[in-house]
Design a binder for this molecule. Structure first.
Ligand SMILES: *[C@@H]1O[C@H](CO)[C@@H](O)[C@H](O)[C@H]1NC(C)=O
Ligand SMILES: *[C@@H]1O[C@H](CO)[C@@H](O)[C@H](O)[C@H]1NC(C)=O
Ligand SMILES: *[C@@H]1O[C@H](CO)[C@@H](O)[C@H](O)[C@H]1NC(C)=O
Length: 189
């Protein structure tokens, strides 16, 4: 009896509330956004700190194998990062944002040291506060001048694409601390 009344209640509910019928899960394709493409140049310094009591990059995994263990590339090591971005190369320069994500030591070849970076570079001040760009790229850290791919973005950088030219400003090979200059060209709407 109880079940029947619940059933009746439910059928009443469904008959009295019109359920919108969508015949398609998409809308017609239109031709572009009719929005003006913009180009923004960004310039900042990226502080990657592995040493001390408050590192901004920490190892979170490495392979359980001796294979590659003695190679300088440390193939398979994974780092989580929350690196600060500053206006200038000095550690007292104003923080303008941060980069969060992962670094993977991805090269088997000792002659090149390669990382693959999966990072979101976000800004916490100025015009682009709250917006970020997505970087997914190789990062041949032994090369003086490098280029990383910007594959997307959020907020004001929605649908961004572009590239970051990076240059190591400072590197302590003993502890791995680095300061890297970033010059980013971003095309967005
Ligand atoms: C690594 O793998 C070996 C077997 O391949 C196992 O005996 C050992 O316990 C593992 N070490 C760790 C730290 O998981
Ligand atoms: C790595 O180095 C250790 C110690 O020097 C050595 O015992 C081991 O065989 C080396 N592993 C490989 C894969 O070369
Ligand atoms: C590099 O790191 C080592 C180990 O942490 C430290 O002793 C040394 O002073 C650092 N060098 C510079 C130039 O900061």
């Amino acid at each position: 009896m109880k079940n029947i009344s619940i059933f009746m209640f439910l059928s009443l509910l469904f008959t009295s509330i019109p359920i919108p019928v969508h015949s398609k899960y998409y809308t017609e394709t239109s031709h572009g956004f009719h929005l003006q493409e913009k180009v923004t140049y960004l310039h900042f310094y990226f502080f990657d700190i592995l040493s001390g009591k408050n590192p901004t990059a920490v190892e979170i995994a490495h392979p359980n194998t001796t294979f590659g263990a003695n190679s300088t590339t440390q193939f398979g090591k994974l780092y989580a990062i929350h690196d600060y971005l500053r206006e200038g190369p000095n550690k007292n320069s104003k923080v303008i944002g941060n980069a969060q994500g992962l670094y993977l030591s991805s090269s088997l070849d000792d002659s090149v040291t390669l990382l693959v970076v999966y990072i979101d570079i976000g800004f916490t001040t100025g015009k682009f506060s709250g917006s970020s760009i997505s970087v997914f790229s190789r990062n041949p850290i032994t090369e003086a001048n490098r280029e990383l791919a910007v594959v997307g973005g959020r907020g004001k950088f929605k649908m961004a694409r572009g590239f970051a030219e990076t240059k190591t400003q400072y590197l302590n090979i003993t502890n791995g601390d680095a300061i890297v200059e970033y010059k980013v060209t971003v095309v967005h709407y």
